[in-house]
Design a protein around this ligand. Structure first.
Ligand SMILES: O=C(O)CCC(=O)C(=O)O
Ligand SMILES: [Fe+2]
Length: 221
């Protein structure tokens, strides 16, 4: 499932994150992937602003209804700021399956980019996600988030003008299997949209299917 969710961050949060980026030190993005031969960007790497960034973005994502419905989040890696200046890119790669976080290991099921720069302020820098021989390209408005499966090959195209500023994070879902996750999302959506139009006894049967699939498919603690 690929979903662009608008207005995850309110404009004040976007402004605060831009301010953090403008006043903090960034380092080579390979600090978190030392062996990568395709990563060519910068990451915020100062404890206090990084902690504030993670708090703002994680809280906004976990408080967003659409994100919650799509991702079934169980754990989220601390979101961090990444920056791409002209000439920078992040070549085609998959995201690692397991990541260390301050709260323990996390299996990355979904990856997420929160856009912070105005798309008109930079050229290039689209997030390009491969789908077999096809592709999807995303360059969202400030405050929007693209959520996509971590198993995809994806890249950030070279920035040729301006600056691409994003927050990135990785999510462990309660439903590991992407097909099951998408099926349950669809079922829940249809039930939410049409449930009140159904006879109550039929709606109860539909709810039993929703809840019992959730029982079967979610990770057990
Ligand atoms: O900058 C982005 O939008 C995504 C970066 C990325 O793919 C990653 O950090 O793994
Ligand atoms: Fe990635």
């Amino acid at each position: 499932m690929f979903r662009l969710i608008e207005n995850v961050l309110v404009p004040e949060a976007v402004a605060e994150l831009r301010q953090i980026a403008a006043t903090s030190n960034f380092v080579d993005g390979r600090v978190s992937n030392p062996h990568s031969r395709v990563k060519n960007n910068q990451q915020l790497h100062e404890p206090q602003p990084a902690e504030r960034t993670a708090q703002i973005v994680a809280r906004a994502l976990l408080g967003n209804r659409e994100f919650f419905d799509v991702a079934f989040p169980k754990a989220i890696a601390p979101p961090l700021l990444a920056r791409y200046e002209p000439g920078m890119n992040y070549g085609l790669h998959p995201d690692a399956a397991m990541m260390q976080t301050p709260n323990g290991p996390l299996r990355s099921d979904l990856s997420c980019t929160v856009f912070l720069a105005d798309p008109a302020s930079y050229d290039g820098g689209a997030l390009r996600i491969m789908l077999g021989s096809g592709e999807m390209r995303f360059k969202g408005p400030p405050g929007s988030a693209i959520v996509y499966p971590s198993m995809t090959l994806h890249e950030v195209e070279p920035v040729t003008r301006g600056q691409r500023l994003v927050a990135i994070t990785f999510i462990q879902s309660r439903i590991a299997d992407p097909v099951e996750r998408d099926l349950l999302y669809e079922l829940n959506e249809v039930a939410a949209l049409e449930g009140n139009n159904m006879a109550p006894e039929n709606f109860s049967r539909l709810q039993a299917v929703q809840f019992n699939l959730m029982r079967r498919w979610t990770d057990h603690p």
